[in-house]
Design a protein around this ligand. Structure first.
Ligand code: NAI
Length: 716
C-alpha cells in the first residue's frame, strides 16, 4: 500500500491523502519519499486531466515531520548521500509546487516540522480551526533545522523578521494565530468544510504560482540587502549569540540559511538550506539533543522506569498537606489536570491562601485568552481548602508538603493515613530527608514514597520519584501514573541523601563558590557557568536557594555522616558561605543581599565588595575559561556517575532527563551522562584526572567511569 492515496475525482481534482501504513502519524521517511516520487510521476502523466491538487492526511494529525529514527543514524561519512537524498525529496515537493496547477494543503490536524513544510510548498493553506491543532517548525529544539524548505519559504511568505521566532525558537501556534501571522490563508470549521474550501480555491484559481516564482517578487519586509533590513541583520548574530552563548549551532545555522538563501533565487536558497541542514544532522549537538529530548524522553513517558505488571491507575482525589509555596503549586498542577484536590493547612486561612495561588495563575491564563472564566471556575472548584483531617477521607493519594521537619512529617503521616482509601499512597515532597527514614512513621511503608517536585511547580516539568527501602513496586508504578496524569516527567531514583537532583545541584553551586575561594573573579565564574550552557551562574543560583539553607543542609549532612561513623571532608566552598552569612550578613536573595545586590530599582548585580574580599588579581587574570567551564560540567557529570554507581540512579535516561529538567544541566549536552559519552568516555576520564590533580580529589574519576574508559564502552 502506498503512503499517499491518489484519488482523481470526476471534477478533475486530485486528492492526495497521506496515510502511511503501520504508523500512527505520517513522517518523512523512505516510504514517504518513495510514495512522493511515484505520486509526482503520476501527476506529471495526469497533468492534462487535472484541475488542481488537494493534499490532506488520513491520520489525526496532518503530518508529524522528519523521521528522527532515520536522522539520528546519519553520520558524517554519509553526509553526501544524505544531502542528495534531501535534495531529491525537495525536488519532488518543488515539482508539485511548479506543476502549474493549484495545490492546496487541507490541514486537518497538527502540522509540525516537515508537515508544515509540505503545507508551505502548497499555493494555499486551509487549516481546521481547532485550538488543539499546532503549526510550527520545532526542529531547532532538537538541534536541527527545517530542512524541507522551511527556512526558505516561510521568510518569503511572511518576511525574514516575522519568520525568525518560528525558525529559530520553534514557536508553535494554533490555526487562528497562524492565520493572523499569514502562515495559513483560511480556516475551516470541519474536515468536510476543509475539503470544500480547498476545492473551491482550485476552481477559482485555475493557475497558481508561488509569489517567489513570479517575476518581480519582493520579499515581504525587505530583502537582506534592503538598507533597513541590512541594519537589523548586522546585529542579529550578536543578539543570537547572547542567547545561545555559542552552545547551540542550530539557531545560528538557521539564521545563515534564511538570510543567505533569501539573497539568491528559491532553488539556490534551497540548496544552501540543505548544506546547513546536513551539517547539523551529522553534528554532535543534534545527536545529543535528539537522543535525549526525543528518544530518551519518549522512553520515560512510555513507562521505561515503571515496574511492569501493575494496572495503570487514574487518580481521582488527591490530598495535599501544607498549602505553602510547594503545596499550593502541587494543588494547582493536580487540579488543572482534572483531579479533585483537598488542600489542607493548619488554618482555613492558610489553606485559602494556597488556593489563591491557583486563582492568580488561572486569572493570568484568562487574561491571556488561554482559558475561559468558566474553565477557570471548574479548576478552582476542584480545590477544597480546609484545616480538617476529616476532609481527607477517601483520597487515593496524599502528598505531604509541610515544613521540612521529620517530627512534623511523622505527625501528619499518622493523621492522614487512616483516611486514605484501601491501598492509598502516602507521598512526601521532602527535599532532603531520606524517604526510608520518613517511612518509619507510616503504618504501611510499602505504600510510602517520595514525590519530589521542583519550584515553581507550575513551570518545572520534572518530578523525582524516590523509592524508599520498603516502597513496593506497585506503589512506584502507581505514583508514576500520577506524575504522568498531571502531565509531568517522572524520573525514578533510589533513596539517598539529596536523592539525585539535589546532590548533583549541590556540586554545581559548590564548585562555583570554590572558584571564588581560589580568587577567581565572580563575573568570570558566572559567565563561565552560562557559557558552559547552564541557565544561570552558580553564584546567582546560590542566592536563590539562600546561603543559610545551604549551611543548614550541610550541617545536617555532616551530622548524619558522623553519626554513621564517617568523617566529614569539608568543601572549599564552605568557608566562603560562612563568611558571607556570618561575617557579612548576606544570606541570599530572599533577605535582599547575597553574592548579588538587589536594588529596589534596576537590575541585580554582583556585590562589588566580592572583589576586595576574595579576588586574587594575578590568579583572576591567569585563569583559563575552558578550565572554568569544564569544572562546572565535569563536577556534575562525575557526581551523576557516582549516583549510578551507588544505585541511586536506575537508568541513563533518568540521569540525562533529570539533570536537564531538574538542575538545568546544559541542554546542548543531552544531559550529564550524555556529556560524558559525547566527550569520549576515555578522554573524559583523563580530563577528570587532570582536574583532580589541579583542583582536588572531588574530580577523581569514580571506579565505574574508569571501568568504562578501560573497556572502551559508553554509558548506555
Ligand atoms: P512553606 O513553608 O512554604 O509551606 C509549608 C506549609 O505547611 C505552611 O503553609 C504551613 O502552614 C504548613 N503546615 C505546617 N504544619 C502543617 C500541618 N500540620 N498540616 C498542614 N499544613 C501544615 O514550605 P515549602 O517551601 O512549600 O516546602 C514544603 C516542603 O517541600 C518541605 O518539605 C520542603 O523541603 C519541600 N520542598 C521545597 C522546595 C522549595 O523549593 N521550596 C522544593 C522541593 C521540596
Amino acid at each position: 500500500m502506498s503512503a499517499i492515496r491518489y484519488e482523481l475525482g470526476a471534477d478533475q481534482i486530485l486528492t492526495l491523502t497521506i496515510d502511511m501504513p503501520g504508523q500512527s502519524a505520517n513522517t518523512m521517511n523512505a516510504a514517504f519519499r518513495d510514495a512522493l516520487t511515484d505520486t509526482v510521476d503520476k501527476v506529471k502523466a495526469d497533468l492534462g486531466n487535472l484541475s488542481g491538487i488537494v493534499i490532506t492526511s488520513a491520520k489525526k494529525t496532518f503530518f508529524a515531520g522528519g523521521d528522527l529514527n532515520e536522522l539520528h543514524k546519519v553520520t558524517r561519512d554519509h553526509s553526501e548521500q544524505f544531502e542528495a537524498m534531501v535534495n531529491g525529496l525537495k525536488a519532488s515537493m518543488r515539482a508539485l509546487e511548479t506543476c502549474g496547477k493549484p495545490v492546496v494543503a487541507a490541514i486537518n490536524g497538527s502540522a509540525l516540522g516537515g508537515g508544515l513544510e509540505i503545507a508551505l510548498a502548497c499555493h494555499h493553506r486551509i487549516a481546521l480551526d481547532d485550538d488543539k491543532v499546532q503549526l510550527g517548525l520545532p526542529e531547532v529544539t532538537l538541534g536541527l533545522l527545517p530542512g524541507g524548505g522551511g527556512t526558505q519559504r516561510l521568510p518569503r511568505m511572511i518576511g525574514l523578521e516575522a519568520a525568525f521566532s518560528y525558525l529559530m525558537e520553534g514557536k508553535k501556534v494554533n490555526p487562528k494565530a497562524a492565520l493572523k501571522a499569514g502562515i495559513v490563508d483560511e480556516l475551516a470549521g470541519s474536515v468536510e468544510e476543509l475539503i470544500e474550501k480547498a476545492k473551491a480555491f482550485i476552481v477559482a484559481n485555475p493557475a497558481s504560482q508561488q509569489p517567489w516564482d513570479k517575476k518581480g517578487f519582493k520579499l515581504p519586509g525587505g530583502a537582506p540587502h534592503h538598507p533597513a533590513m541590512a541594519q537589523k541583520l548586522a546585529i542579529a548574530p550578536a543578539m543570537l549569540k547572547q542567547k545561545t552563548k555559542g552552545c547551540y549551532p542550530a539557531p545560528e545555522r538557521i539564521l545563515s540559511a534564511a538570510v543567505e538563501g533569501c539573497q539568491v533565487d528559491f532553488d539556490n536558497g534551497s540548496l544552501i538550506e540543505t548544506r546547513y541542514f546536513t551539517e547539523l544532522v551529522v553534528g554532535q549537538v543534534a545527536k545529543n539533543m535528539t537522543g535525549t529530548f526525543w528518544f530518551q524522553l519518549n522512553a520515560i513517558k512510555a513507562g521505561g522506569s515503571r515496574p511492569d505488571g501493575v494496572e495503570r491507575e487514574t487518580f481521582k482525589k488527591v490530598a495535599v498537606l501544607g498549602a505553602g509555596m510547594m503545596g499550593a503549586g502541587i494543588a494547582y498542577a493536580t487540579a488543572s489536570r482534572g483531579i479533585e484536590v483537598v488542600l489542607k493547612d493548619v488554618s482555613v486561612d492558610n489553606a485559602e491562601k494556597g488556593k489563591h495561588y491557583s486563582e492568580a495563575l488561572l486569572a493570568k491564563k484568562v487574561s491571556r485568552k488561554r482559558m475561559t472564566e468558566e474553565q477557570k471556575a471548574q479548576v478552582l472548584n476542584r480545590i477544597k481548602a480546609t484545616d480538617s483531617t476529616a476532609d481527607l477521607e477517601g483520597c487515593d493519594l496524599v502528598i505531604e508538603a509541610v515544613f521540612e521537619d521529620s517530627g512534623l512529617k511523622a505527625k501528619v503521616t499518622q493523621e492522614a493515613e487512616p483516611r486514605l482509601v484501601d491501598n492509598g499512597i502516602f507521598a512526601s515532597n521532602t527535599s532532603t530527608i531520606p524517604i526510608s527514614q520518613l517511612a518509619e512513621a507510616s503504618s504501611k511503608p510499602e505504600n510510602f514514597i517520595g514525590l519530589h517536585f521542583f519550584s515553581p511547580v507550575d513551570k518545572m516539568q520534572l518530578v523525582e520519584i524516590i523509592v524508599g527501602a520498603k516502597t513496593s513496586d506497585e506503589t512506584l508504578a502507581r505514583a508514576f501514573d500520577y506524575v504522568l496524569q498531571i502531565g509531568k516527567i517522572p524520573i525514578v531514583v533510589n533513596d539517598s541523601r539529596g536523592f539525585f537532583t539535589s546532590r548533583v545541584f549541590g556540586t554545581f553551586v559548590n564548585e562555583g563558590i570554590a572558584m571564588l575561594a581560589e580568587g577567581i573573579h565572580p563575573a568570570s565564574i558566572e559567565n563561565a557557568g552560562m557559557m558552559a550552557g547552564m541557565p544561570v551562574g552558580p553564584l546567582a543560583i546560590s542566592d536563590e536557594v539562600s546561603l543559610t539553607l545551604m549551611q543548614h543542609i550541610r550541617a545536617q549532612s555532616k551530622k548524619d555522616t558522623e553519626a554513621a561513623g564517617g568523617t566529614w571532608a569539608p568543601h572549599p566552598a564552605e568557608a566562603i558561605i560562612d563568611q558571607m552569612v556570618n561575617e557579612q550578613g548576606r544570606k541570599g536573595k530572599a533577605s535582599g543581599a547575597g553574592f548579588y545586590e538587589y536594588p529596589n530599582k534596576g537590575k541585580k548585580h554582583l556585590w562589588p565588595q566580592l572583589e576586595a574580599l576574595f579576588v586574587d588579581q594575578a590568579k583572576a587574570r591567569g585563569v583559563q575559561l575552558q578550565d572554568l567551564k569544564d569544572r562546572i560540567l565535569f563536577i556534575q557529570a562525575l557526581e551523576t556517575v557516582r549516583c549510578l554507581e551507588e544505585g541511586v540512579l536506575r537508568s541513563i535516561e533518568d540521569a540525562n532527563i533529570g539533570s536537564i529538567f531538574g538542575i538545568g544541566y546544559a541542554p546542548w549536552t543531552g544531559g550529564a551522562i550524555q556529556f560524558i559519552n559525547q566527550y569520549g568516555v576515555r578522554e573524559f576520564a583523563q580530563r577528570a584526572e587532570e582536574l583532580a590533580q589541579q583542583y582536588g580529589d572531588r574530580f577523581a574519576p569514580p571506579a565505574l567511569l574508569l571501568e568504562k574508559a578501560e573497556s572502551g564502552s559508553t554509558f548506555a
